[in-house]
Design a protein around this ligand. Structure first.
Ligand code: C5P
Length: 250
């Protein structure tokens, strides 16, 4: 491994993507969103019309998968299926609800883990997911495990949905959050787990900026990394983009 790799793992709704993105910007690293890769494989399977409850069919769909991700220095990650950009199309509720079928399939995980390790070969990466510090990059320079109680995550998500006029109840959102936790934590391979050497961050009472700042501080003190000043326009654009993505149903 040549440059630093920072892994950020945690449950859905802990604010990982915004925080990972902010850290990448401040530290001048590339940002890898591994959830987006599982989303893209899910979209591919849905488009092929295969039976999602049949792991063999999902594994078979890998043969026709042409997945490409484009990482930029501190920018968003773009996702392509063949020549088609699907960066936004993978954020629908339907994709979100079907991911667990795909993420449970060993062949899919092996395929994506290999792709992620290849991307990590040159280091200089902030990578975000569920298994980055435990399985994909066990030798990462800095590992963070972030969490917030299901109630806090559900409250945040509920507030967002309400603001957008959704009539979903808090209880429904909480049930959804708990179901995803259950599926993510119970996964045999690549399940959500804190790496023994990960720094734990409780994000319940903190804003994404505060959490990002504490990770940046850790990178500076432990890895002697330099930070960059980011202009406000770029920061606002990154935040707005994350917000827009969540609107798509994440
Ligand atoms: O991070 P995001 O919510 O987009 O991830 C969507 C889903 O993809 C997760 O709920 C999980 O099932 C799966 N995933 C995974 N391993 C990762 C990243 C995501 O299984 N490294």
């Amino acid at each position: 491994m040549s440059g630093n790799i920072i892994t950020i793992d945690g449950p859905s709704g802990a604010g990982k993507s915004t925080i990972a993105r902010l850290c990448a910007m401040r530290l001048g690293l590339r940002y890898l969103d591994t959830g987006a890769m599982y989303r893209a494989v899910t979209l591919h399977c849905m488009r092929k019309g295969i039976h999602l409850d049949q792991p063999k069919e999902i594994a078979g769909a890998l043969e026709s998968l042409v997945l490409r991700v484009e990482l930029t220095l501190d920018g968003p990650m773009r996702v392509f299926l063949g020549d088609e950009e699907v960066t936004d199309k993978i954020r629908t509720i339907e994709v979100t609800r079907n991911i667990h079928y795909v993420a449970d399939v060993m062949q899919v995980r092996n395929y994506l883990v290999e792709m992620q390790r290849k991307i990590g070969e040159t280091g200089n990466l902030v990578t975000e997911g569920r298994d980055q510090g435990t399985l994909v990059f066990p030798n990462a320079s800095l590992k963070v495990y972030m969490f917030a109680t299901p109630e806090v995550r559900a409250r945040r998500r509920f507030a967002e949905l309400k603001q957008r006029g959704s009539d979903t109840t808090y209880e429904e959102v909480l049930e959804d959050v708990s179901k995803r936790d259950y599926l993510d934590m119970g996964r045999e391979l690549g399940g959500l787990k804190k790496a023994l050497d990960a720094v734990e961050l409780d994000t319940s009472e903190l804003s994404p900026d505060q959490v990002a700042e504490s990770i940046v501080k850790l990178a500076k003190s432990r890895l002697k990394m330099q930070t960059r000043k980011i202009d406000k326009g770029a920061l606002d654009a990154a935040r707005a983009e994350e917000e827009r993505r969540r609107e798509g149903g994440k």
